[in-house]
Write a protein that binds this ligand. Structure first.
Ligand SMILES: Cc1cc2nc3c(=O)[nH]c(=O)nc-3n(C[C@H](O)[C@H](O)[C@H](O)COP(=O)(O)OP(=O)(O)OC[C@H]3O[C@@H](n4cnc5c(N)ncnc54)[C@H](O)[C@@H]3O)c2cc1C
Length: 419
């Protein structure tokens, strides 16, 4: 598991947290649970950061995260918070758009390539290796473009050529060379088999959307949150910075210029999230939970979520879909995508559209981020009461952040992990 960078002084039982997005709130929650008192300073006038659910007359529209993918820590958190999860139906599948149609990701062509090339020795696992470098000898350029890039794009919004292999597959650990691709496949299978069996699995949301989890955390921490906070002139006592990397760089500019310079190197991807409410279903998507779309396939969006999977309580006469696109993708482009997906739907079927643009949507998990994180761990190992956390540190998904925050709060002074 990836660790929050830095350490705290356990003799001082108070922690100042900067940022009340999911990372700041979840860390505040677990630290409080361990007997620390916390103050969470938030620059804006609201908590939750990117997680925001808008209630419209037609149903719910998420501005960023649509669901929490469960692990054991996620299950325990939901129970502790006394939340009622809505479990996404397993009947709907994760699909890939190929030749204009959503299809199952595992196609004969892909399997055949894997079977034929699995005996090959993969390239050396160096720091500079990208996901594309690793998989190309196994499955070839076309399969990489059609399957691996869109599948990873659904999580990281980047192509295999950009994504850094060791960051995406931390399971390889410190191994530099694998004997064959079979060894890699076996290693992944062993890793997944070693994970504890979950009583509930898959993705969940809540009746009020993802805002529900934010509201519950904010309720527990209500006396500890200070909205509209000005940047501190000096860092005092135990401090954890829980913002995006660029804001963290700004916060640490004076006090820790070296840390600040590393944080500044971390790049972000711009994205848009558009929820469309339609009078009828897009038939080609009716069996999909989510559909990822290869680049250069003639579509503007890179992924589509079928909201009936997670919002069954929405108006049953309205179908809603969330389209994730690159920054420049807005209403016009999403309507073009819908018309391409269905020749039955017309402009008159569109009831409502909600679009959110995120300038710093997700950190780019590339070599630069890997090197910056490595350096940040080295620099922060000298710190006694400073730590940094957020989705560029411990994983993009909320479930990774839950596990990292829980783990850190149990022993925030320990810095045993060799990054
Ligand atoms: C379109 C989209 C879809 C996604 N879908 C999913 C999904 O389905 N499932 C999932 O698990 N994850 C998903 N994610 C990822 C997840 O939403 C994010 O990783 C997570 O919400 C980020 O939380 P954070 O606390 O790291 O950052 P943020 O949400 O950015 O919070 C940072 C907070 O710090 C505050 N801040 C900044 N500067 C300062 C300062 N100087 N002082 C005080 N406060 C400051 C900000 O105002 C903000 O409130 C998605 C992300 C996007 C963009």
């Amino acid at each position: 598991m990836k660790r929050i960078i830095g350490r705290l002084n356990p003799e001082d039982r108070h922690v100042n947290i900067w940022g009340a997005g999911f990372s700041g709130l979840i860390l505040g929650y677990y630290l409080k649970d361990q007997g620390y008192s916390v103050t969470i300073y938030e620059k804006s006038n609201k908590v939750g950061g990117k997680i925001q659910t808008k209630k419209t007359a037609h149903g719910l529209a998420e501005k960023a995260a649509n669901a929490l993918f469960l692990n054991q820590d996620g299950i325990e958190l939901i129970r502790e918070l006394k939340l009622e999860p809505i479990i996404a139906t397993k009947k709907l599948k994760r699909l890939i758009l190929l030749k204009g149609k959503p299809r199952r990701p595992f196609q004969i062509k892909l399997f055949t390539k894997i079977a034929l090339n699995a005996y090959k020795k993969p390239p050396l696992i160096s720091d500079g290796l990208t996901v594309a470098d690793f998989f190309e000898p196994l499955i070839g350029e076309e399969n990489l473009k059609n399957y691996v890039s869109p599948a990873l794009g659904g999580l990281y919004a980047e192509t295999a050529e950009k994504l850094h292999f060791k960051s995406i597959f931390p399971q390889v650990g410190k191994r530099a060379q694998l004997d064959s691709y079979w060894a890699f496949i076996r290693m992944l299978m062993k890793h997944y088999k070693s994970q504890p069996k979950l009583e509930t699995s898959g993705s969940v949301s809540f009746e009020g959307g993802m805002q529900t989890i934010i509201n519950r955390l904010a309720e527990i921490l209500k006396k500890d949150i200070k909205l509209n906070s000005k940047e501190p002139t000096k860092l005092k006592g135990n401090t954890v910075i829980c913002t995006d990397a660029q804001s963290a760089a700004e916060l640490l500019k004076e006090a820790r210029p070296e840390l600040s310079a590393e944080l500044e190197r971390i790049k972000y991807k711009q994205l848009s999230s558009t929820t469309v409410f339609l009078k009828r279903e897009i038939k080609s998507l009716n069996k999909s939970f989510g559909t990822v779309i290869p680049l250069n396939s003639g579509f503007h969006s890179i992924g589509i979520l079928n909201n009936k999977a997670i919002f069954p309580a929405n108006n049953p006469n309205i179908s809603s879909y969330t389209f994730i696109g690159h920054q420049e993708v807005g209403r016009k482009e999403i309507v073009e995508d819908i018309l391409q997906l269905s020749n039955e739907i017309t402009q008159d079927d569109i009831e409502h559209i909600e679009t959110t643009f995120w300038d710093k949507a997700l950190p780019v998990y590339d070599l630069q981020l890997f090197l910056a994180i490595k350096k940040l761990h080295q620099l922060a190992s000298k710190e006694q009461n400073l730590a940094i956390f957020g989705n560029y540190v411990a994983g993009i998904s909320l479930r990774d952040m839950i596990s990292a925050a829980k783990n850190f709060s149990r022993n925030p002074a320990d810095y045993a992990e060799n990054p």
